[in-house]
Write a protein of this length. Structure first.
Length: 164
């Protein structure tokens, strides 16, 4: 809220230099802001009494947007990369998939390894669980199991994340 939008009877006022001007009526505070050719902005509406500051509102909005952008830059998004396997995968193909997973994990991403069953392969689900276990064992030096192997429909999946 700015200027005339502030309907509180009393406000705690902070000057443009950051100094405390004390508790006063909202009208007096608005008058002081207009004399300084600036805006009265409510910065802490939940405080008792609400805290208002005499500042240039356009500049204040710009600073908020800039701080928000700066905070977004420092955030790190973690993607989940998926690697799909079949129950009758050969060892060389498995090694290729393990190397791809190592690259993903070293870049800071999580890896979801999915073992997909088709047709009659569904009858041998327990015999194929060892493939996911071997995959996790191969990556145990750089990754840990975040989500244990779980059967979901026609696929079994495991999620691996980088060790801290």
């Amino acid at each position: 809220m700015i200027n005339e939008q502030i309907k509180d009877k009393e406000v705690r006022l902070i000057g443009q230099g950051g100094e405390q001007l004390g508790i006063m009526s909202a009208r007096e505070a608005l008058k002081l802001a207009q004399e300084a050719d600036l805006d009265l902005v409510k910065i802490a509406p939940m405080a008792k009494p609400p805290v208002c500051k005499i500042i240039d509102y356009g500049k204040y909005k710009y600073e908020l947007v800039r701080k928000e952008k700066e905070a977004k830059k420092k955030q790190k998004t973690v993607e989940i990369k998926e690697i799909r396997l079949s129950p009758n995968i050969e060892s060389n193909d498995l090694n290729t998939k393990i190397n791809a997973a190592k690259k993903f994990i070293s870049k800071g991403n999580k890896v979801k390894v999915t073992l997909r069953f088709r047709g009659r392969e569904m009858a041998h689900i327990q015999n194929s669980k060892h493939i996911l276990d071997d995959f996790a064992e191969e990556l145990s030096d750089i990754a840990m199991v975040e989500k244990a192997p779980k059967l979901e429909g026609r696929s079994m999946s495991i999620v691996l994340a980088e060790k801290k």
